[in-house]
Design a binder for this molecule. Structure first.
Ligand code: SF4
Length: 447
């Protein structure tokens, strides 16, 4: 077999140079809104919920609560739906509490037969809910579902409007993890993204929230318009040395066509995002800085400072666990049935007030088959951000796999550890490419 097409380029910056970059087109906000599901003929939620819920009790179970309201539209975001208005919290909380009762009623004979592994409040901006309102929703979920003490209960949001008092009250109600989108600690970049608080205000908020007893996780972005390697390193210094956060997620900024940020770049009002090579250098630098300041890269896109951070929900979501949706525009699934609550808030309200589970779409959503054979080996090593050593690769590819892995090591994409061949920062940057190459390699006849 000619291995040349699988080899990485050798250079002093493997994150930038290892392979040829192929630009991926993001869907536009209009395309996302226009998506229509196929017709469903399997009855109402009350007809199928209990049977679907019990079909495979070995699967992890999550509850997802969506709060599709934001104080204002962050410029990069394709998920903004409704603006937070006065009185929204009480009003929306009443609907959520009613929906929880409706859902629990549909599952009344079985709800206590499965333990919930993770509860996630996503949005939108769940932290915009008033203190007592969010506490009552958390309490209601604990009252109606079998949520053990060690379940992960996350409330997502942003620091503006999220007080230390809210964090304490919600922790007392059962939350144990707050996930906050800060994107950058640089005041000028934050403003460009529509984040209104300054770095100093951000730090005050984080200090208060970190006293709650819950884990605090932040989202950061790289590849922002105007962001440089130095700014990103300064952000990492800030979060490492001036905050008590437990972990962070680091994502590349994707510019979705139709968002305010996309329009502002096209109109020349702000500079374009850095070019691919600059982003690769930024990621690689950030990766090394996180490692050297004590953050462990423990799952794709997640770093932690201590084992309190488990990122259970994110990991379960990737495993197609069963997930019961609550709230307008929430999505979930029950063993092969995809569930989407009504996105339009008026429709959602009318359904809840009529005593129905407020689903806007129900559709067959066949489960991806579990990986088998060597793909299962790849998946289990992948969980630890590793590739299996050559001796575990299937024949007749084993000898060639040894050569390929050794070339990727020489190119700076892998390093040998006790747990297998671990992806370096550059290797992780090229994960999708490497996954594709591994599959192509296995499908190519070994001569
Ligand atoms: S708060 Fe979150 S969901 Fe709302 S507009 Fe900003 S990024 Fe989007």
């Amino acid at each position: 077999m000619d291995l040349t097409p699988f080899y990485a380029r050798i250079s002093d910056c493997p994150a930038r140079d290892a392979f040829v970059h192929e630009e991926k087109k993001m869907p536009s906000t209009a395309e996302m809104a226009a998506w229509k599901p196929s017709e469903w003929t399997g009855g109402t939620f009350h007809d199928f919920a209990e049977e679907a819920f019990m079909r495979d009790v070995s699967r992890p179970l999550a509850l997802y609560v969506h709060v599709p309201f934001c104080h204002h539209h962050c410029t990069f975001c394709p998920f903004y739906i409704n603006q937070t208005k006065k009185g929204f919290s009480k009003d929306y909380t009443e609907l959520l509490l009613r929906e929880i009762e409706i859902t629990a009623d549909a599952l009344k004979n079985v709800a206590d037969k499965r333990e919930v592994t993770a509860v996630y409040f996503g949005g939108g901006t769940p932290t915009d809910l008033d203190e007592a309102d969010m506490a009552s929703v958390i309490t209601s979920l604990f009252d109606h579902f079998n949520i053990p003490k060690d379940a992960e209960v996350t409330v997502e949001g942003r620091t503006t409007g999220f007080t230390a008092s809210k964090a304490k009250t919600w922790t007392a109600a059962g939350a144990n993890r707050f996930s906050l989108g800060i994107q950058s600690a640089n005041t000028a970049l934050r403003k460009r993204l529509g984040r209104i608080s300054s770095r100093e205000e951000l730090q005050d908020s984080l200090d208060g929230i970190c006293t709650s007893g819950s884990s605090v996780i932040i989202d950061m972005l790289y590849g922002l318009p105007g962001q440089t390697r130095e700014i990103l390193l300064d952000d990492i210094d800030f979060i490492s040395n001036k905050t008590g956060i437990d972990g962070l997620d680091l994502y590349e900024l994707k510019i979705f066509p139709g968002t305010p940020l996309d329009k502002a770049i096209k109109n020349g009002k702000i500079p374009p995002a850095p070019a691919f090579g600059d982003k690769a250098v930024m990621f690689s630098t950030a990766y090394d800085a996180l490692e050297s300041t004590g953050f462990e890269h423990f799952s794709p896109k997640h770093w932690r400072r201590n084992p309190r951070e488990r990122s259970l929900y994110n990991r379960l979501a990737g495993m197609q666990c069963d997930m019961i949706p609550f709230g307008s525009a929430a999505g979930g699934r029950l063993h092969g049935i995809g569930l989407g609550n009504s996105r339009d808030i008026k429709t959602y309200r009318a359904q809840v007030e009529a005593g129905e589970k407020p689903l806007g779409r129900i559709m067959a959503s066949p489960l991806r088959p579990a990986p088998e054979g060597f793909n299962q080996v790849l998946a289990s090593y992948g969980e630890n951000l590793c590739l299996p050593p050559a001796g575990l690769w299937p024949e007749p590819h084993r000898a060639m796999a040894g050569k390929l892995l050794s070339q990727w090591q020489d190119a700076g994409l892998l390093r040998e550890t006790e747990g297998g061949l671990r992806l370096t920062g550059a290797g992780y940057f090229w994960t999708q490419k490497i996954k594709g190459l591994v599959q192509r390699f296995l499908q190519t006849p070994a001569q």
